[in-house]
Design a protein around this ligand. Structure first.
Ligand code: FRU
Length: 474
């Protein structure tokens, strides 16, 4: 553990695989006091390859224990992304002695079929566990949803629909979403498609999610759709729709394209199952534009911090806001009044509140002159992150860039939360109405910060909370 913890660029408060490749978080499910995290994993290399489901567990969402690989590729294909549910009523009949099994629903990606030029190489399959996720058995009747010849047909996210007493599978199909229903997780019936006239279509739709959020005493449906490429700052990103779902059809309230995170480095984000009204979101902290090229040696990629989602109404529109889960506090060492200049010595949270809408910026820097600059631009009423001089940038031509995100809040001042780790910064502005995630790879860790404002009285409050590493005991 301590060896891993001291590797260059290794995140200290974000989940990473012990070694090898990781992309999407998968099958997140809460069961018996344990948060399960599975992930797209290739243990034999630091680049994408035959996909497995890696596995880790946590009781607090921030300190993770690595577990044996849950699902290995087999003759039906690689194990692509998907979800997991607690089958409380044992509708699948896969529970032992009538108990509730965990059921994983994933995509088989058949490379042999793909090489032969077939279009039906992705299908949906299930596996089950009767020992709380320790061991998994693939269902003998797989696939449970065959493919009629559509090239992109993947990433099933399944949830129980209380109104219709059926399982609903939300599936990414080319640049649309399709909804399927099932009484038992084994037999699936297509209900509808969504996305022809709405949303961003700069790439293929992947990793969708469908769930409810409450606002003003009412339940609203949220449909998350990951998109690659075509994100607001290039490459991979997460869009969402708020609307109604009647068990068959999803109808958005608005046709505006909305983004859950505007930064370049949050992708494939979906939520945990079985957490009741609370919705906890986790994304992959990278971008397909350079995920295979980032300069880490023994592993590649991290997840975002887990984020709690809420619904807000701003200017008559429903928007998702997200903030780091409260559990992150487990890692807090103390909270202090910050100065305009200070040292960085490990991961940190910064909470800044301004008096006005004047421009400001925060710089994270090291002793060799490398830096990340982020802030608020008053002229365009937007937030930005600049990693042009952040350190190692030459591994991909588009990496060195400034990224921007609009401000939605109408409050006369700004509230900002930053989560800074060795190789990333996550910005949550206005209580999470605008979110941006960005990774970076400085030659030396950033060791100081400064805040730049025209008039220092523009800062109403500034707190710094250093975090201990998740690799150290509390
Ligand atoms: C998203 C994705 C998914 C797919 C998985 C393969 O990043 O492309 O659509 O299931 O990665 O690893």
């Amino acid at each position: 553990n301590s060896k891993v913890a001291s590797e260059q660029h290794r995140p200290q408060i974000h989940f990473t695989p012990p070694s090898g490749w990781m992309n999407d978080p998968n099958g997140m499910v809460y069961s018996n006091g344990t948060y399960h995290l599975f992930y797209q994993h290739y243990p034999d290399s630091t680049v994408w390859g035959p996909m497995h489901w890696g596995h880790a567990t946590s009781t607090n969402l921030v300190e993770w224990q690595h577990k044996p690989i849950a699902l290995y590729p087999d003759s039906l294909g690689y194990i692509f992304s998907g979800s997991a549910v607690v089958d409380t009523r044992n509708t699948s009949g896969l529970g032992k002695n009538g108990k509730a099994p965990l059921v994983a629903i994933f995509t088989y990606h058949d490379t042999t079929g793909e090489r032969k030029g077939r279009n039906d190489f992705q299908s949906q399959a299930i596996a089950f566990s009767n020992d709380d996720g320790k061991t998994w058995t693939k269902y003998a009747g797989n696939p449970v949803l065959a493919n009629a010849g559509i090239r992109d047909f993947r990433d099933p996210k399944v949830g129980w629909n209380e109104a219709t007493k059926k399982w609903i599978m939300t599936l990414a199909v080319q640049d649309r979403v399709a909804f399927y229903s099932s009484p038992d997780l084994k037999n699936w019936t297509k209900e509808s498609e969504f996305g022809k006239e709405v949303g961003a279509h700069g790439g293929v739709w992947e990793c969708p999610d469908l769930f409810m959020l409450e606002h003003g005493g009412q339940q609203h449906w949220v449909l998350i759709v990951n998109l690659n490429p075509g994100g607001p700052n290039g490459g991979s990103a997460t869009q969402y729709f708020v609307g109604k779902f009647d068990g068959q059809h999803f109808t958005p309230y608005s046709n505006e394209t909305q983004w859950l995170d505007y930064g370049p480095d949050e992708y494939a984000g979906i939520t945990w199952s079985n957490t009741g009204k609370r919705k906890i979101f986790l994304g992959w902290m990278s971008n397909w534009q350079y995920a295979n090229l980032v300069p880490t040696k023994t592993w590649r990629s991290a997840t975002t911090v887990p984020r709690e989602l809420r619904l807000e109404q701003v200017g008559g529109k429903y928007r998702i806001a997200s903030l780091p889960v409260a559990e992150l506090q487990v890692l807090a060492i103390q909270t202090m009044q910050g100065q305009q200049q200070g040292v960085l010595n490990g991961p940190v949270r910064m909470n800044l509140t301004t008096q006005s809408l004047d421009a400001f910026s925060i710089t994270l820097k090291n002793k060799v002159g490398q830096k990340v600059v982020l802030g608020y631009d008053a002229a365009t009423n937007s937030f930005y992150m600049d990693r042009r001089a952040s350190g190692k940038i030459s591994f991909e031509p588009g990496f060195a860039a400034i990224h921007r995100a609009p401000r939605f809040s109408a409050t006369p001042n700004i509230k900002l939360t930053l989560i800074v780790d060795k190789a990333s910064v996550e910005l949550f502005a206005d209580d999470g109405l605008t979110v941006m995630t960005q990774i970076f790879f400085p030659d030396n860790d950033y060791e100081s910060y400064s805040i730049d404002v025209k008039d220092s009285s523009a800062i109403q409050s500034f707190q710094v909370t250093p975090y201990r590493s998740m690799y150290l005991q509390g």
